[in-house]
Design a protein around this ligand. Structure first.
Ligand code: ADP
Ligand code: MG
Length: 396
C-alpha cells in the first residue's frame, strides 16, 4: 500500500488516527471539569497505566476538549530532574496574563500575579531552577513564605479566585506525574485540597505510571478522597479492531477478518503496538484487503521497529546490574514476579538487590502491584529482554 497515505502513527505522544475505547472516560472528564467550573465537588483525575497504553494522547485530547469549552489549560510534563515549582511558574504566568485580560477577573488575576512573584522569589533559595520573569512586585505575606506547601496553596487559591471571577476554570494537566518528588506531590495535593474546600474552579488532571497511586497515598493520607485513579489499559478486541480498521477504511482500504484477529492477538490490544503493526501491515500489503499473510510478514519489521524505538530507549538508560535484574525477571516470564524468585534466579539475596530494584522503580521500569511483587511498566518488555540478551551470558 502507498506509504504516503499510511494512516497509523506509532510514537510516544503521537495522536492516533482513531482514539479508540476512551469515549467513556472523556465524557466523564468533561462532566467533572464542568462541575469544577461551577464550584461543585468533583475528584481530581489521575490516569495511570503502563507505557504505551495511550495516557499522553488521552491527556492531550481531554485538554483539547476542555479548552474547547472555554476552560484555561496549563500543560506540563514532569521530567526526571526539574522541580514542580519550576515547571509550574512560567505556565501559570501565561495563564494569569490571559486571565488578566478578562475584565471581571482583572483585579484578582493581578493579585495572583503578585502571588506568583512572591512564590518564585520565596522558593528561589530551595528550588534554584525556578526561572520566571514577572513584572509584578510580590505582596508581602502572599505566597512568599519560602515553604512549598504553604506557598503553593496560597498561589493556587489565588489563581482559583481569578478563574472564578472569569467564570472559567484553570485545569493543570501534568504528564509523567510519577517523576514529581514526594514532597512536591504532597504540596500539590494540599493546594488542591484547599481549592476543593473553598469550591474554587481549579484542578489537576494527571497521567503517569501505576505506582503513582501508592506515591500519592504516601504523600498525603487524604488523597483517596480527593483523587480518582482510573486505570488505562489495553483495548478490548472490539476497540482494538476499531483502532485498526477505521483509519484504513477512511483511506478506502479494508482488512481481511483473520488479518485483524492476527494483529489483535500479536499486540494484545496495546495501543502503541497496534499502531506499529497497522503501519507495517499497511506497508507490506500489495492491495486491499490487507491479508493475514501481510500481517505475518509485517511482524518482523514491526518488532524490529519496536526494538529500535519503544524498547531500546528504555534499555539504553540502564546500568549493567539493572539489565541483569530485568533479564532475570524476563527469564521467569511476563510477570508479576515475587522479589524472592527474581533474586534466586540471580543467585542473590533479596536485600542485596534492594538498591537495584529501587533504582529501577525510580527510572519507571518496574513497579510493585502488590507488596513483594515486581512487574514491568513496559508491556512485552520481557520478550524484548530475551531478544536483546539471548542465551545465558547475562548470568556471569
Ligand atoms: N485509544 C487509542 N487508540 C489507538 N491508538 C492509540 C490510542 N491511544 C494511544 N494510541 C497510540 O499509542 C501510542 C502510545 O500513546 P502514548 O499516549 O504515547 O502512550 P503512553 O503515554 O501511555 O506511553 C501512540 O502511537 C498513539 O498513537
Ligand atoms: Mg506518555
Amino acid at each position: 500500500m502507498n506509504s504516503v497515505t499510511n494512516p497509523y502513527s506509532p510514537g510516544a505522544g503521537s495522536p492516533p488516527p482513531e482514539l479508540a475505547g476512551r469515549d467513556a472516560l472523556r465524557a466523564q472528564l468533561q462532566i467533572s471539569l464542568a462541575r469544577i467550573r461551577l464550584g461543585k465537588p468533583a475528584k481530581s483525575i489521575v490516569m495511570v497505566g503502563l507505557r504505551g497504553v495511550g495516557k499522553t494522547v488521552l491527556l492531550d485530547q481531554i485538554r483539547k476538549d476542555a479548552e474547547a469549552s472555554g476552560i484555561y489549560a496549563v500543560r506540563i510534563e514532569a521530567p526526571e530532574n526539574k522541580s514542580l515549582p519550576a515547571l509550574l511558574a512560567p505556565q501559570l504566568l501565561q495563564t494569569l496574563l490571559r486571565l488578566s485580560r478578562v475584565e471581571s477577573a482583572l483585579h484578582n488575576a493581578k493579585r495572583a500575579l503578585r502571588a506568583l512573584a512572591g512564590f518564585a522569589k520565596g522558593l528561589k533559595v530551595s528550588y534554584k531552577d525556578i526561572e520566571v520573569g514577572i513584572d509584578y512586585e510580590p505582596e508581602p505575606g502572599l505566597a512568599d513564605n519560602g515553604d512549598l506547601d504553604v506557598d503553593l496553596t496560597a498561589l493556587l487559591e489565588q489563581v482559583g479566585i481569578a478563574a472564578k471571577d472569569a467564570k472559567t476554570a484553570v485545569v493543570i494537566f501534568i504528564d509523567e506525574l510519577q517523576y514529581v518528588k514526594n514532597n512536591q506531590l504532597g504540596a500539590l495535593i494540599s493546594a488542591l485540597h484547599r481549592c476543593a474546600q473553598n469550591g474554587l474552579p481549579l484542578t489537576v488532571v494527571g497521567a503517569g505510571l501505576p505506582q503513582l497511586r501508592g506515591m500519592a497515598g504516601n504523600a498525603k493520607s487524604y488523597t483517596e478522597r480527593l483523587f480518582d485513579f482510573p486505570m488505562i489499559g489495553p483495548l478490548n478486541d472490539a476497540e482494538a479492531e476499531q483502532a485498526i480498521v477505521k483509519p484504513a477504511r477512511a483511506e478506502g482500504v479494508d482488512y481481511d477478518r483473520e488479518a485483524v484477529a492476527a494483529i489483535i492477538s500479536k499486540t494484545r490490544g496495546y495501543p502503541y503496538f497496534l499502531q506499529e503493526w497497522g503501519k507495517h501491515a499497511w506497508d507490506m500489503a500489495k492491495q486491499s484487503p490487507i491479508l493475514m499473510s501481510d500481517v505475518e510478514a509485517a511482524s518482523n519489521t514491526a518488532i524490529a521497529a519496536l526494538d529500535e524505538s519503544f524498547f531500546r530507549v528504555r534499555f539504553d538508560r540502564l546500568t549493567p546490574t539493572e539489565k541483569t535484574y530485568l533479564r532475570a525477571m524476563s527469564d521467569l516470564g511476563a510477570g508479576p514476579h515475587r522479589s524472592g524468585d527474581i533474586a534466586e534466579r540471580q543467585k542473590r539475596t533479596v536485600s542485596s538487590l534492594g538498591p537495584v530494584r529501587s533504582s529501577l522503580i525510580v527510572k519507571g521500569m518496574i513497579w510493585s502491584p502488590n507488596h513483594g511483587d515486581t512487574a514491568f511498566t513496559v508491556p512485552l518488555f520481557d520478550e524484548f529482554m530475551v531478544r536483546i540478551l539471548p542465551g545465558n551470558d547475562w548470568e556471569t
